[in-house]
Design a protein around this ligand. Sequence first.
Ligand code: PGA
Length: 241
Amino acid sequence: MSKIIVANWKMNGSLEMAYSYCTSLKALAKATPPSNTLVICPPAPYLTFLNGALSGTCISIGAQDCSAHEKGAFTGSMNAAMVNDAGGRYVIIGHSERRQQFQESPETLTAKITQALDQSLIPIFCIGEHLADFEAGQTNKTLTAQLTSLKGITGNVIIAYEPVWAIGTGKVASPDTIQSTCAFIQETVKKTYNLDCPLLYGGSVTPENAPSILTLPAVQGLLVGGASLNAEGFWAISRAA
Ligand code: PGA
């Protein structure tokens, strides 16, 4: 089955990098059309550029965040309609870096998911436990609490399970942990919120470890940070399924 492979550039890159990245990716995709869904989430100022540069390919783009509000006096924010205008089809919501750095609450995240769905964007809703929760065997409890942001949500939502201790650390979660946790998340969202959500894994994914993660039955794709900053590396990951 086709997988969803998402690149999260975070606050990295430049227009020059975006140009060479798209040139390389387009050439690779032309030579071997991708069988998986590829999504690139660059910093917001480059969305329009990527939308143009990747037109004519099946590679989609997305934003790394959107506002919880429809419009108005929110200096520095970008609403879901603007993401749509820029050609975005997806939006990452609730990444652990935003939860920590911008104190995003579960209610704020519900509002962001709602805004995204109202603008026909596909939210990629991120959840994940800190190391202390993991070591204390509290992962499922933490994730269950984070999933309350899905209360009242209907529509297509992708969930990314990203253990905070695995992000940018080189410490990838074990296949057993990924499989059991993603299966738990899938069951919980079905039972509690009546949602069927594809599950992505994120946290120190590389071209080397991607094949074994993508064979896990509960995993429908990957959310890739550091290793997605290089077009060839991201391409290799996307070919791993
Ligand atoms: P990483 O980041 O691949 O660099 O660990 C993943 C993420 O934060 O989405």
